[in-house]
Design a protein around this ligand. Structure first.
Ligand code: URA
Length: 240
């Protein structure tokens, strides 16, 4: 049997419908029985019909596309939660109006009062490369503080800071002072409230926090707060 035979066949029709819509398997079967599904213009009622690459499958005349892995950047607004459920504030996933949003998860959380870059995906291995401490993926923040910053902090942050209730020091962090009360900070860890705790440890207080970048992925300046877009292939591949 020639090898290409194996690549022709993608999936059974009922699974294809589930993988490209919000329908459960039993609702997909009902749609099939009603005659709502066509393949290349012909009604198909059989759940185990084998969908091939060249087939155009429509449900109520709308073409269906199998969902592959999804990679999204969001400019997170204030008062939203990096959680898959709503709690005190709504989940950021409410802002992502795609089908099967329940298959997405957040790669690295921000606090409710932090804005900026959040990466959202359906691919667990990819998000692991962002969140695993072993990978030391850099995250860059723009911050505003209550008390004036001094140049000595650059060296202090480079050497590492002892955080309250933590053993050892934070990993070397890069602090760039932009003005008396504004700085950029790049860290390669993701400890709980890390940036706020680092500034608290040196007697200061973060009053505004915004994430600008994760690894090589920069927040797209064309995205207003609350807006999102899919990552480009280059952005996706930059996470290793
Ligand atoms: N560090 C914090 O303290 N808060 C965030 O949201 C992100 C990093």
């Amino acid at each position: 049997m020639p090898l290409y035979f194996y690549f022709e066949y993608i999936v059974r029709l009922d699974k294809f419908i589930c993988g490209s819509t919000e329908l459960t398997r039993s609702l997909a079967k009902k749609a099939l029985h009603r005659g709502d599904v066509t393949c290349n213009g012909e009604v198909v009622k059989s759940s185990d019909f084998k969908v091939k690459n060249e087939h155009v499958i429509c449900l109520n005349d709308q073409q269906l596309h199998l969902l592959g892995a999804r990679f999204i950047m969001l400019n997170k607004p204030l008062d939203t939660l990096c959680s898959t459920i709503d709690e005190h504030y709504p989940s950021v996933l409410r802002l992502i109006d795609v089908i099967k949003a329940d298959t997405l998860h957040i790669a690295g959380r921000l606090d409710a009062d932090t804005t900026g870059l959040v990466l959202i995906t359906s691919n667990g291995q990819w998000s692991h490369n962002i969140t695993s401490p072993k990978k030391q993926c850099a995250k860059r923040y723009l911050l505003e503080v209550a008390e004036p910053l001094n140049e000595q902090l650059i060296e202090t942050f480079k050497q590492g800071i002892a955080l309250n209730n933590e053993e050892g020091l934070t990993k070397p962090a890069i602090l760039e002072i932009l003005s008396s009360h504004q700085a950029r900070l790049t860290i390669t860890e993701g400890k709980y409230h890390q940036v706020k705790r680092m500034l608290a440890a040196v007697g200061n207080k973060v009053v505004k926090l915004h994430r600008e970048a994760i690894g090589d992925i920069e927040l797209d300046p064309s995205l207003a707060l609350g807006e999102w877009r899919y990552l480009t292939p280059t952005e996706v591949e930059s996470v290793k």
